[in-house]
Design a protein. Structure first.
Length: 304
């Protein structure tokens, strides 16, 4: 390795593509660790519905930022950026390479590029939109973001109320679209970054997603969500795989209908993730099965 700077290797891509297994294989090969870049896997109460790595997978290589927070704690990309940067400062004192694996584009961008300082949000504004969310549902937030910030709407997971509410709050405080804060010059980082994305044919990806949802149901997703029912108004739980089952528990749909909705919403989320990652021209795309090709590409980049 010629570079004097350490390396952060990003493995990203849509949900269900196989990032976890690919990350473990690559991390094992380079004898390094994994930082999770998943905005939901960081919560310890949510495991099945977030496809959190199993104990066996977590033990295969060291993992960080998995199951470290409670759904009762406030958490966002800005906090994640600060925590990961502190972690990396210590980690790189004794190591020269680490992987970041996940599908949360905003979290990955926060570490790679930095998040511009956003304005403090007035409590009244936050409470107002949280009330609208609880009373009118997520559709009200979706329509508002589509109106005020179509650029962000085209990229964000529109089934994630936390992201939608953030965009609305920033707009109401500044009068500027949230997307404008995400396109400014990136911060200088004391490490080099190699960005790799995984993807495959659309039909194959959708089949993987459908099969994974079925596996989640088989593994006890319904019970996991039922145990969290009393916390359903917390923002981390207003997400795919949980919202649909809450509606099932409330009698708004049958279990089969809820499962179909989970698959539909997950596929839509995957499409938006692909759109998000494709905007970064520094990212190189691979089939998830091409582990050897990914290893060779990383080795080449490490010598540049």
């Amino acid at each position: 390795m010629i570079s004097e700077k350490p390396y952060l290797i990003v493995i990203c891509g849509p949900t269900g593509i196989g990032k976890t297994q690919a990350g473990i294989e690559i991390a094992s090969h380079f004898k390094t660790s994994i930082i999770s870049a998943d905005s939901r896997q960081i919560f310890r109460e949510m495991s099945i519905g977030t496809a959190t790595p199993t104990e066996q997978e977590l033990n295969a290589v060291p993992h960080y930022f998995v199951k470290t927070r409670s759904i009762n704690e406030a958490y966002n990309a800005s906090i994640y950026e600060n925590e990961v940067m502190r972690f990396l400062r210590e980690y790189f004192k004794e190591n020269t390479l680490i992987l970041m694996v996940g599908g949360s584009g905003l979290y990955i961008d926060a570490v790679c590029n930095g998040i511009d300082d956003l304005p403090s949000i007035d409590k009244d504004v936050r409470d107002k939109w949280l009330s609208i969310l609880n009373e009118q549902g997520i559709k009200a937030l979706q329509e508002k973001v589509k109106e005020i910030d179509p650029v962000y709407y085209s990229q964000v997971d529109i089934n994630n109320p936390k992201r939608l509410q953030k965009a609305i709050e920033v707009y109401e405080i500044t009068g500027m679209p949230y997307s404008s804060f995400l396109t400014k010059p990136k911060k200088e980082r004391p490490f080099k970054i190699i960005k790799i994305a995984l993807n495959t044919e659309r039909e194959e990806l959708y089949n993987h997603i459908n099969q994974r949802v079925d596996k989640m149901i088989e593994n006890g997703l319904v019970d996991e969500v039922m145990n969290l029912y009393h916390y359903r108004n917390l923002l981390p739980l207003k997400t795919v795989g949980y919202s649909e089952l809450f509606d099932y528990f409330d009698g708004r749909m049958t279990l089969n209908e809820a499962i179909v909705k989970i698959k539909d919403h997950t596929r839509a989320y995957a499409r938006r993730q692909i759109t998000w990652f494709r905007r970064d021209k520094e990212t190189v795309w691979f089939e998830p099965s091409d582990i050897e090709g990914i290893k060779q590409y990383i080795k080449q980049q490490l010598m540049n």
